[in-house]
Design a protein around this ligand. Structure first.
Ligand code: IMP
Length: 434
């Protein structure tokens, strides 16, 4: 067993929720290290479906510790709603959950600022989740943000809050925005949230490092995903946090030397929600069919997801940035209906092969994907839990992905349930979670 990070290889929604939930019984602690309630991790257990937005999926396992790290931005109203929904089904959230005292706090005016910037004429609309994530991170980087520890500090919170509000009012006036907000009411409401959350707030970096020192194993759960990372993603069509594996060190307060393995999650095809370049996007009926079979609609916003073919150059880039030891391929069964499955094996631009992932939207939009077409297996794979039982052509498809990405496929998911999963024996992944 080891300390492992599991994260999405493309633009999110790769099916991490189920995988983290499945493996979490082997770890003492599951830690989120970035993002906020823009994430939506769907976990199905029996006849119950849970959509977790802020709280790591580890919470669903009795006795496991779930950590909201310092790298997150926390909307207390959203967090309390999630806590109450879990408590309603008997989960002992207050015993299992800890929230970093250094995580930043989202306020209603962050959502207002986001709406304003998304809708302003002439500004590139990112197609965000409208949760105030970006503006909260803006305040963090500008060193005027309010953290959980500040929210809990009765002596200083009011003054800090009033300063922040004053700034927002200046910006709103400058931009000719007249939306009224009850700032005093919001302050009182947040003071009440503080009391509700106080027992769970602590120095989570200390908690995680102490657990590791005691020989407990920790899993780090990425949110959003590699291509939505603020530095390495398809900027500016990204989220505002460090969603790659490196983000866990700063976002959880853990040294890189403590991490033993990095696992990337990808669907057998890929998807993207929101705006931005997508080289292997499938337009027309084929994309629509995959969206319907794969139920590709956002877990948080309900928006239809754009669907695309597996993109090996993108996966190679993602593997380089994150250092994937192994890959989990989810939703294999969604491709069961296809006679032929295209896989992008190379990027070309103006007739020449591209060696690297371009940095600009203009260049990524100009990519001409080169496809190899693999024969489909056209038999049901849903629910198969042994590698040898997969149709030969499905195994060949997976082995093709391995050969073109240089990353082993250590695990395959063939349905939403915990038991609809194959962990390949002898794989690096099997060793990491053994
Ligand atoms: P934000 O994170 O709300 O600022 O949105 C920035 C971009 O990231 C938008 O394209 C969103 O659709 C995308 N995004 C944010 N969170 C997720 C997620 O959990 N899954 C997929 N896309 C996401």
């Amino acid at each position: 067993m080891s300390n492992v990070v599991i994260l999405g290889a493309q633009w999110g929604d790769e099916g991490k929720g189920k995988i983290v939930d499945l493996f979490s019984d082997r770890f003492a602690m599951v830690v989120r290290y970035q993002g906020g309630h823009n994430a939506g991790h769907t976990v199905r257990i029996g006849d119950k479906t849970f959509v977790l937005k802020l709280i790591p999926s580890g919470i669903l396992r009795r006795g496991k510790q779930a950590i909201i790290g310092n790298g997150l931005v926390v909307d207390p109203a959203a967090l309390i709603a999630e806590i109450e929904a879990l408590e309603a089904v008997g989960i002992e959230v207050s015993r299992q959950l800890s929230i970093s005292n250094r995580a930043h706090v989202i306020f209603p005016f962050h959502r207002m600022m986001e709406k304003m910037s998304e809708e302003r004429p002439g500004r590139t609309s990112i197609g965000t989740t409208s949760r105030g994530i970006g503006p909260c991170y803006e305040d963090k980087i500008a060193r005027r943000g309010i953290r959980m520890a500040d929210l809990l500090d009765r002596k200083t919170f009011a003054a800090q809050y009033d300063n922040l509000v004053e700034e927002k009012e200046i910006i709103a006036r400058a931009l000719d925005i007249h939306e009224q907000m009850d700032f005093a009411g919001i302050r009182a409401q947040y003071e009440a949230y503080a009391e509700r959350l106080r027992p769970m707030v602590c120095d989570t970096s200390r908690l995680i490092n102490d657990a590791m020192r005691q020989g407990k194993w920790v899993m780090f759960e990425g949110a959003q995903a590699t291509m939505l990372d603020i530095d390495h993603g398809t900027y500016p069509f990204v989220t505002s946090s460090s969603a790659t594996a490196g983000g866990l060190c700063t976002g959880a307060g853990v040294a890189p030397t403590r991490i033993d393995g990095v696992v990337g999650v990808s669907k057998a095809y890929i998807t993207r929600v929101g705006a931005g370049p997508f080289p292997t996007e499938i337009h027309g009926e084929a994309g629509q069919r995959i969206r319907e079979i794969g139920r590709e609609f956002g877990a948080v916003t309900g928006r239809p997801r754009r669907c695309g073919w597996f993109d090996a150059p993108l996966l190679r880039y993602s593997a380089m940035i994150n250092g994937f030891d192994s890959m989990v391929v989810t939703k294999l069964d969604v491709l069961d209906h296809l006679d032929e499955i295209p896989v992008c094996v190379e990027y070309r631009c103006c007739g020449a092969a591209l060696a690297d992932m371009p940095a600009t939207t203009r260049e990524i939009e100009a990519i001409e994907p080169v496809y190899e077409r693999l024969p489909g297996w056209t038999t049901p794979t849903a629910g198969i839990s042994r590698y040898e039982e997969l149709p030969k052509k499905a195994r060949e498809y997976l082995e093709f992905l391995e050969s073109r990405t240089g990353v082993e496929v250590g695990c395959i998911s063939t349905g939403p349930e915990r038991n609809q999963t194959i962990v390949r024996s002898g794989s690096r992944l099997a060793k990491l979670i053994a």
